[in-house]
Structures are given as C-alpha cells and as structure tokens.
Ligand binder design. Sequence first.
Ligand code: NAD
Length: 469
Amino acid sequence: CGRGSRKGSVDHGAMSGNPYAGLVSRLRAAWLSGKTRPMEYRVAQLEALGRFLDEKKQDILEATALDMRKPSFEAYFSEILLCKNELNDTLNNLSHWMKDEHMEKNLVTQLDSVFIRKDPYGVVLIIAPWNYPIHLFLVPLIGAIAAGNCVIVKPSETTKNTERLVAEALPCYLDNDCFAVVTAGVEETTKLLENKFDYIFFTGSPSVGRIIMTAAAKHLTPVTLELGGKNPCYVSDNCEVQNVARRVAWGRFFNAGQTCVAPDYILCSVEMQEKLMPALREAITEFYGSNPQESPDFARIVGDKQFRRIRALLSSGRVAIGGQTDEQERYIAPTVLADVQPSDPAMQEEIFGPILPIVVVASMDEAIDFINARERPLALYVFSCDSKVVKEVLERTSSGSFCGNDTLMHVTLTSLPFGGIGNSGLGKYHGKSTFDTFTHHRSCLHRNMGLETINALRYPPYSQQKLGL
Ligand code: NAD
C-alpha cells in the first residue's frame, strides 16, 4: 500500500546522483500545500499510528524477537506501551500545545498582538538505531507529525526483521504524500543526507552523530542528537543493598544491556563491592534462573560484530558473576566484573551489553572526580539512603539526566525532557518537548494600523526631543 522508498530503488533525481531528491521534493511540495497544518489532519495521522501499534502488536513482538530475542514483556513495555503513552499524551494536549502563545507587550505595542506561532519546520528526517527499533523512530515521529511536519523515517538496517515490518506496514497507515520510510544502510544514508532537510533528529552513537551534524551543517539544518556514552552509577555505603542490586541489575540487563541509559559501571567502596556481589548474584538468579541462557526473559546481542566487541571486554578486572558466552546464539551471560581498573578495556567505551564492571573508589568525592574527569553522560545514577548524598552528587556533576535510587525509570515520564549533554547529545524530547523540538517558535508582532502619532516619534527627521532628552 505504501510508496516508501526501498533500498536500491531509484527515485526521481537518480540521474543527478541523488536517488532521494525526488522523494524529498515530493514531501516538500506536500508540506508547502499546507496539508499537514490543520489539527484534524495531525490527529488523524496520530490515531493511525495508534492503530499501527494495536494491529501490528504481534508482528512487532515477533520481529524484535527474531532480531535479538527481545523478551516479549520487554518489547511490549518499551516498544508499544511507552509509545502509546507518548501518543496519548500528545493527543490529549495537542490543541493546547498548538495554540499561539501570547506574550508580554511594551508601551508602544499595547494595541497590537504579540505572540509566538507554533510553526512546523517543514520536511524532517528521523534516523533511528536498532536497540529499540520501534520506539526510537516512533516517539520522534509522534512529535514531528503533531507539530505539522512531513517526515522521512530511516530505521536501523541492523534489525532487519523490524526494518522490513516498518517499511511494509507503516505506509499502510500514514498519508504517503507526507510520510515515507526509507530503508538504507550507511552508503544510502550518506546520499539521503545530501538533501536539504528542515530538521534532522538522530539517535545513535556519538561518532555517527558527528557525521550527521557535519552533513546538517552544509545546509544549516538544525539537529537533535540523541547519543550514548558511559553512564556512571555511584552506590554509597549507606543503602539497601538488595534493592540496589535488583534495580541496577534490571537496568543493566534489560534488553541484554543494549540500552542507551543503562547503568554502564558501578562506582563504590571496596566494602560495598563485597556486599553487592552476593546481592547482584541473587538478583540475577531471581530474574533469570540459575542458567540465564535458558531464560525467556533475557535477550541476545543484536549481531556478530557487536557480540565480538562486547565479549572482548570480559578481559577487564575479574569475572565475579557470569562470564559465559555462546557465539552461535550471540549469548553473553549477565556478568559482573570486580576490581575493574579505569585503564581496562571495559572502561574505554560504552559497553552496550550485559556486562557490569565495578570500579572501586575510596569516597564520594573520588567518585565525583571520576565522573567529572570523563565525558558528560546521558544518565547518572546514585544510590543512597542518605538524601544528602544524592543531592550532593546531583549538585556537583553534570549529565543529560539524573535518577536517584533507581535506573531507567526517569525515561518513562513524558513530563521529563530526555536528552544528553556534550558528548551524549544535543536537544531534548519526550512529551511536550518532542512537539517543541519539531516546532519552530515563530515570534510574531501584528500591529494595529492606528495611533500613528506615537509611531511618528521614531521617524526622521530625528530630534533630541523625540528621545525625550
Ligand atoms: P549507530 O550510530 O551506528 O547507527 C544509528 C543510525 O545511524 C542507523 O540508522 C544507521 O544506519 C545510521 N548510520 C550509521 N552510520 C552512518 C553513517 N556513517 N552515515 C549516516 N548514517 C549512519 O548506532 P547504533 O549502533 O544503531 O546504536 C547504538 C548507539 O546509539 C549507542 O551509542 C547508544 O547509546 C545510542 N543510543 C542513544 C539513544 C538516546 O536516546 N540517546 C537511544 C538508543 C541508542
């Protein structure tokens, strides 16, 4: 039913070496026609997205299971439920968000209209990664449609089954004049990025983020970059160890650790490391049984390349829990590494897998210095029964987001803007922030044609009297 541009297919403009030029200009013409502007149109497309989620629920669960054995509970929660929350929040608030915002006037504009118009940007590009292959294109898409844009969605080519499902099913729900799915690898995405977009929303790694920003700079296109990095998790000596272990293990091993906001490593005292080890072992057994490889609730690594990269990190420190791997299945057991040194391989890159290193620090001050000496993370976690400790770490560090005494949960709130800082990204989304991201806040002054005597004060010929001097 759709007209989504398939990989290798040649659109208008192919002769000029730009296979996507025709698609982009078709969407631009649709945007210029004003079709996406009325609220009724936006609502109809958003409701269609809701039907996509409802009617394709089973296909989404199956595709994500085929791609990375994503447990159905985790897929339902992250790919469907959280998207529906965003959708409902947007549908409930859209008429309010779209309204002109009336602003303060000064003495000479008392009879005028001073307002901010919520304008769509135009034609936007959304590029998504593979780890939450529905959620990470759908949540931005909700905001882009709500804001009145035409959109090209480029899902990840790594999760082939989900990519195919999106390319085939999504165009059956959305207006193909205004919304398209492009399936593309690196080479084709490079071509796609040669086109002028009015906004680019990218989720992925910091290294590709730089490539996207460079391509966007050629056209002065604004960007949101939702990137990754290493998220520290400081555990103070004063805490409920078993609860900490469960909450950290859940955040680390959800989706087999392939979550941008997963706690990447623990910082704690040597005494706390001793206490945490049995508690983490108990939590892992509670969650996944004595052999996690047999658990239906534990995912697999997405690809062979990623599997080998993560397995190589097991040489860091000492394997205290887990450590088993099975290349055939791309299985890496939920693993905890003890006594990891800052110079070890696991501390040189974002782990993005089910491995949790523990780095011993002497004090909270040392933990704070450790965090501040590195790139600013996407998320920062602190566990303590003493709220002064949580507040102090919050006060003395910087990160995209912060969560005290839990992991991941802050991301589930549509009321909290989500995004990174520095190396972990640029811009924010979720809830109203997604709508605002895809909205140009256009400053408007609509003057009254009368009261020309007041206006005369600013016209030449000038005089000192006109300035009131
Ligand atoms: P990636 O950067 O390799 O790929 C992301 C997207 O960019 C894919 O669609 C891919 O096709 C495209 N791409 C890759 N190389 C490209 C190039 N040279 N030119 C143009 N496009 C290119 O990331 P990934 O491996 O899919 O995802 C993992 C990364 O994403 C991790 O760093 C993770 O932390 C991050 N991430 C961040 C968030 C967030 O919300 N901040 C969410 C999920 C993942």
